[in-house]
Design a protein around this ligand. Structure first.
Ligand code: GEK
Length: 246
């Protein structure tokens, strides 16, 4: 059942920092679809990319999985035998609901790829050798000082022929580009039914919690983490998704 995101629709005397709690988990599918341009396309395409790179008997990670949308997509598309997916999130409300979603998907798919949903901080998690790692709008929530170390550990865990899919909101150094794409993003949210008050209050709630980087910063950091090549495969307004190769 889909619940409408109206978490920021009434005026708050003080807007607290955004947290992934039970209220957010309840409305999350609606929130992310109405807030992130291209999200459904990105999620479906993650399954296709994973399908090309997952090799038999390997592990696939969905880091910062929320309700497991990317995991579900991988389960629809990965055909290699004996794969298993580890979906990880550090928000217990997300993990709880994600487990329920996986049980529901188990009942609908024939021989679904096994999934383990783990509650853990991905900056502390030990990673096993793997063919696919998904960071779908997660890295922007990790403290900037921790990002390189996390990507380095992912690079070290990736098997030859594997991939990491990294989706992020982008920041632009050029003011005109930043302004244009930011305004278009607000227009996208308005067109999806969010009011000016909801847009403004969500912006204040998220500004200290989600810190986007420029594409240049991502590219340089991926190279510093040891990835041999990375490129963008999707961009809509100020949201993009990259593929990085070990
Ligand atoms: C999707 N990937 O629908 N360790 C584990 N999880 C974390 C950490 C951390 N250190 N930091 C943040 N998270 C999903 C969408 S949402 C993006 C990802 C958004 C988790 C956090 O709890 C949340 O569930 C997720 O990363 C970010 O394909 O809300 O814009």
């Amino acid at each position: 059942m889909t619940h409408t995101d109206n978490l920021f629709s009434t005026r708050k005397s003080q807007v607290a920092d955004f947290v992934f709690d039970h209220d957010v988990a309840r409305v999350f599918p609606d929130m992310i679809k109405r807030s992130v341009p291209g999200y459904p396309t990105i999620v479906e395409s993650i399954g296709l990319i994973a399908g090309q790179h997952a090799t038999s008997g390997t592990r696939l990670y969905d880091l910062g999985c929320s309700l497991g949308a990317a995991t579900q997509s991988m389960r629809r598309h990965v055909r290699a035998e004996g794969c298993r997916i580890t979906a990880v999130d550090n928000a217990s409300a997300m993990v709880e609901r994600c487990r329920e979603y996986m049980v529901a998907q188990d009942a609908m798919v024939e021989e679904p790829c096994p999934v383990e949903v783990v509650e853990a901080d991905i900056t502390r998690l030990e990673l096993a050798p793997c063919s696919v790692v998904v960071l779908n709008f997660t890295l922007q929530f990790v403290a900037p000082a921790e990002r390189l170390a996390l990507l380095t550990r992912i690079r070290e865990a990736l098997l030859p022929g594997g991939v990491m899919i990294l989706s992020e909101k982008l920041q632009f150094t050029d003011d005109a580009t930043q302004h244009c794409l930011e305004q278009l993003h607000y227009a996208f949210k308005r067109a999806n039914g969010y009011s000016e008050l909801e847009i403004a209050q969500k912006r204040s709630a998220i500004e200290n919690v989600m810190i986007p980087d420029t594409l240049e910063t991502h590219t340089q950091r991926l190279s510093a983490a040891g990835f041999s090549h990375a490129h963008t495969w999707f961009q809509c307004l100020n949201f993009c998704s990259m593929i990085a190769y070990p």
